[in-house]
Write a protein that binds this ligand. Sequence first.
Ligand code: FAD
Ligand code: AMP
Length: 475
Amino acid sequence: MSDSYDVIVIGAGPAGYPAAIRAGQHGLKVACLDEWKNLDGSHSFGGTCLNAGCIPSKALLESSELVHRAHAEFATHGIRLTTVEVDLAQMQKRKAGIVKTSSQGIQVLFKGAKVTGLPGHGRLLPGRQVEHSAPDGTKTVLQAKHVVLASGSTPMALSSAPFDGERIVDSWGALEFAAVPKRLGVIGAGVIGLELGSVWRRLGAEVVMLEALESFLPMTDQQLAKEALRHLKKQGLDIRLGAKVTGAVVKGGVVEVSFADAKGAQSLSVDKLVVAIGRRPQTAGLLADGTGVALDERGFIRVDNDCRTGAENIWAVGDCVRGPMLAHKGKEEGLMVADRIAGQHAEVNYKTIPAVIYTAPEIAWVGQTEEQVKATGRPYKTGVFPFLASGRARAMESTQGFAKVIAATDDDEILGVHIIGPLAGELIAEAVLAMEYSASTEDLQRTIHAHPTLSEALHEAALAADRIAIDIPNR
Ligand code: FAD
Ligand code: AMP
C-alpha cells in the first residue's frame, strides 16, 4: 500500500529531517511531513532553524560584524576606508539566498536517502495513523509502523505587548527589517535577544534591551556572563537588568513601552520592538484524541530519556520535548530515535550538549558552570587563559575574553569548559569531544595544539588548572 510507511516524521526542522534521513539510510520507507510557510506563502523544509532562526541570524551576524570591523578595526590593520556604506537590501538578499540554498539542499538529501518529503500539516491519529493535509486542502490518511513527532517550537508572545507584525515583532520579524530602525527595543536579554540586538546595533540602531531578571545570562558561568556584559555594553547595547516590561502600544508610528524597574514605573519610545522572551513547544493541531501521547505542564510532549512518548512506537524529538531548545540537541535526538527504530543501540549524552551565543565575542560552553560545580560540594580547580596572551588572537585583533577549564581535584576529570572570545563556538568542539571521552585536564595538557592557533587557549587553560601554564604567569 503506497500510503503505508515504516516511519513517518512530522516536522522537517533540524530534529525531524535528520531523523528521516537516518531512517532512510537504514533502508526504511520514510515520509517526512512539514507545514512551514515562508512569508511569501511558499513552502520550504528546514523548520525554524533554517528558515527563521540559526541560519538567517548567523548570516546577518556575519555581515553586521564585518560592518563593525570596517568601522572599528580596519584602520588598526592599516586599511583606510573613506566610507563604509551599508546596503541592507543586498545584506538581506544574501541572507535569503543562503536560506533558500540550504532548504533546497534538504530536498536533495531527502532524494538521496529515498525519503518522501510531503509539504503540509500532519496530525497523529490513534493506531499510528497520520492525517496529512496537503497545501491544496487534500487530506490523506497514512499508516506508519513508527511515528516521530518533531514539531518544534514557536516564539512566546507577551499579551501586554501583542505582535502586530510591523512595529512589534518576533525574532523572525526582526530578521526581516527592510531598514535599520533608529531606536530598537528588545524585550528579553537571552540568547536570541542578544544576537538580534547585536545585529541591529552594529548596523547603527540605538538598542535598548529590557530584561526582567536581575542577573545576566543566569544559565552561563557567571565569570563569562560578567565579561560578556562588559563587552556588550561597550558596544553600545543598553542592557537594563531588572526591567520587567508591562505593556507596549503603537501610537503615531512609535512604540511606547512601559516597564518597571527598581526606580518604579518607566517608559521608553522606540521605532521597533522585538519580543524575545523565549519559545514554547508547537503542538497545536498535532495530536488527535486517543493517541496516548501526553503533554507536560508546560506543554512539551512527555518523553523518557530515549525520546519514547509512552504510546507504542511514537517518539518525539527536538524543541517540542524537554531539554535545551537547540538545533544540535534535536538532531542528536532524531538520529538516536532513527537508529533505535532500526534496532540499533543509540543514546544522547545530555551532559555534553554545547551551547553557543553568537555575539562578539562569542560565548560557548559545555558541561557544568563553576556555580553548579561549587553547589555539588566536589573539590575542583579552574584554569583560565586570556586571549590577550594568544599570538593568533593578537594577530586577528580579537583579544577579548578567555578560555576556562573546570576540573575535579580528585580525579582530574574535566567538568566544564567555558570560552568567551573569537570563534568560541568552534573552539568548544574540542572540549565537547574531550568530555565525551571523559578526558582529564592532563589529557588536554598532553595533546599537541598547532601554533599559532586560537585552540592553544584551551591547551593553556588546561595547563593553568594545574598552575603550569607557559604563556601566562601562574598564580
Ligand atoms: P523546528 O526547527 O521548529 O521545526 C519544526 C518544523 O515542524 C517546522 O517546520 C514546523 O512548521 C513543522 N511543523 C510543526 N507542526 C507540524 C505539523 N503538525 N505538521 C507538519 N509540520 C509541522 N539553535 C541553535 O542550536 N543554534 C543557533 O544558532 C540558533 N539560533 C537561533 C536563532 C533564532 C532567531 C531562533 C528563533 C532560534 C535559534 N535556535 C538556534 C533554535 C533552533 O532554531 C531550534 O532549537 C531548532 O530549530 C529546533 O528544531 P526542531 O526540528 O525541533 O523544530
Ligand atoms: P531566553 O529564554 O534565553 O530566550 O530569554 C528570554 C528572556 O526574556 C529571559 O531572560 C526572561 O527573563 C526575559 N523576559 C521574559 N518576560 C519578560 C518581560 N516581561 N520583560 C522583560 N524581560 C522578560
